[in-house]
Design a binder for this molecule. Sequence first.
Ligand code: SF4
Length: 411
Amino acid sequence: MQRRDAEGQQAGAGAKVRRLYQSGEAVGGSGGAALAVQRTLRAGASVCPGLAKDTVGARGPRYTRAVTLSSTDLPAVRAALLAWFDRSGRALPWRVGPEGRRDPYRVWVSEVLLQQTQVSRGRVYFERFLEAFPTVQALADAPIEAVLKAWEGCGYYARARNLHKAAGVLAREGIPASYAGWRALPGVGPYTAAAVASLACGEARAVNDGNVRRVLARLRGELQPTEAWVQARADELLDLSRPGAFNEAVMDLGATVCTPKAPKCGECPVSAWCAAFASGDPAAFPAPKVRAAVRDVRAVALLLGDGREAVLERRQGTLLGGLMGLPTEVLAEGETERAALTRLAGRLGVTVTGELGTVTHGMTHRRITLTVYAGVGGPARSRVAEAALSRLDHKALALWERRRASLFAPA
Ligand code: SF4
């Protein structure tokens, strides 16, 4: 019954949008822009190309039709969103169990893993991680090296360490049944705690991540939403009777329809109430965040051995600290590559035999340029396949494979 009512409301909302566009009201008249919108909707596109050009000013989009979401609209918006989710929600490997009662271990691991990873790639990592550690107990019992190895490629290894630490707490004390219990675990912030509490425990907690921020900023026509603003709007819109499904619905809408660059407003269940859609340039909301400058880091590394067995060190400091990797030295301010290499070779007591090449690796705030050299002598080698290595080290080791292949390539 709930579902049928919601679908009825959504159908009404969709009809309202279509009527507005057919009358031209949504673009402020019945001129060329209105006709362009009608053509665009008929063609199935999301944004009218001509409209975007006409309505975006130097300081942001110029509204062609004011849309303000009032508190009396909220039940209809919730219903439309949930009806859409009931029809179109994604089947994801961590959505095991009924809505609001998902498997907490799967939800927790997926939310931690997807914080810096796209869903398409995250799915592969998730399956690999769950295969290695199918239960909380299996994760708690595993050595940290095995956890880091299974986390390879996901980056931000502190998250894997915290998962492992928290699994120990869960194995000893049991799975929390509330937001507060999840929030108290190592590495679990407000977003992850709200996601697990709502999706797995049915607690009324609104999540607030990049997708939620974008959807709410557009719905409300807010160019510069603060964290507090997003949380307040998310709390206000949350469906208290289906909080888990509601959070999943907003996540899915942001990931599949209200996408960053080309929102598919023609398919959106809440377009009738959306201020950004009414502006004619939905992708302008929210305004891009000012990103911190990316710092260039230069380093040298030594490959002592080969692609199977090599000298590996546990890295210290902020450059992939905690992971195993090729012995590396970061160039100090004003230092030459040769000087850093001499320092590295001296520390290990080895002789440098030649350069293998240079690799680069981008991180959130750093771009690393690593020049890799081959050498002889030095400490004992370790088996490369058994160590948890960063993507930077895999790229460095690939240089050796490339060199070997070129040496043995037919003339
Ligand atoms: S919420 Fe996003 S996809 Fe939906 S109408 Fe607004 S801008 Fe378009």
